[in-house]
Ligand binder design. Sequence first.
Ligand code: SF4
Length: 445
Amino acid sequence: MKKTTITFILPAIGKKPGEKYIGTWKMEPLAIAVLKSLTPERFDTVFFDDRIELIDYGKKTDIVAITVETYTAKRAYKIASAYRERGVPVVLGGYHVALFPEEAQKRADAILTGNAETMWPALLEDFSAGALRSRYDGAPGFQAAAPDRSLFAEKKYLPVSLIETGRGCVHNCNFCAISQYYRCRYYKRDIEDILRDVSLSPHKYHFLVDDNLTADKAHAEALFSALAPLRIKWAGQGTLAMASDPAFLKAMKKSGCELILIGFESLEAESLRQMNKGFMAGLAQGESVRRIHDAGIGIYATFVMGYDGDTPATIERTVAFAKKHKFYTAAFNHLLPYPGTRLYRDLRQSGRLLHDAWWLAEDYNYGELAFRPKHFTPEELSRRCHEARREFSAGPVVLRRGLHAMRHTSPLMWSLFWAMNLRLGTEVDEKMNVPIGGNLDELPK
Ligand code: SF4
């Protein structure tokens, strides 16, 4: 019997004219492996990762499923249109679709909002029966099946397995789409399922996919105890509040934690208050950093610039702070109003958005501002954030940070430090001004 073919697509944010790819670290896309695991044997499956390869629009397929994030929405819609013009039905899913279903609905035969894995089998049944509905709303919950990575066999991803340990966050930062999407709730995943996925992972190194690993402390502690005997290494994301509990940090390190991504966002109490991240304002940031480093854990620090109290001096202080504490790596991002967030609504109401839908705007490029900041011109803030990244990635600064990283990371993480940080400077330049959704030269005419 002829099998039905499903093509999964992960879009890139865009590509510069004449260039096939943009440089970025490619992690395996876990959501694709999860959907593959829930796809019955009677379907053939194909996967194109638009970040690293060209999509073969001529390859036979019966249906296409595209994952959409805000940054990739414009390109995702163009890809969807190319398939639909060829008579192939398209399903769109992902965070952006859930936050903006009306927009995606116009560009797809079906949309999946919420957790796709809870509705994927039903969608396939309907499609097989010729009764595809226009919308499927996923419920909270995790898939029970183990991710199937067979579609990644020929792709060159970082040798790191993504393992999902929880979703959502209890906080309500005004710029954060995650908190809106999960309505300030945290969903913890069953530890048995996490351990099973770790045991099936092809790599020793793991990225624990969790928006805030420290959102449920008891769950995190139980997870650390369960991971410790496995002697794996992992990186994850959490808040600085973890530093207030030395026993928590010790258990985290014992379970294999090498690197933690922390959203410091700002050193300014007023900016933290504006973003509704006041729970960070009372923390002694320098002392917290020292405790995490002393526990043997490296820090990937992220900062955001452009709140109303931020000035050029704020950026200078932030870069000096990052250099002083010799972070494993750091990001200096300008504020970006994601649709669905309170920040977006506030800026829109006050008439400060430069584009109502920047993610679809024809002339919007990566690295540009989408709103008018108070103490900078949009161009100045973009330039200053870029300069901050370059200053932090300058050779002597990287050298000092690398020597510091020797003290608290494993040999492999230390090797990765050089690969990551020496690449970061050029990576920043390559990504700047990439047209969002741009350069679909390879699209069939
Ligand atoms: S702590 Fe992090 S994940 Fe949680 S709402 Fe704030 S930015 Fe989002």
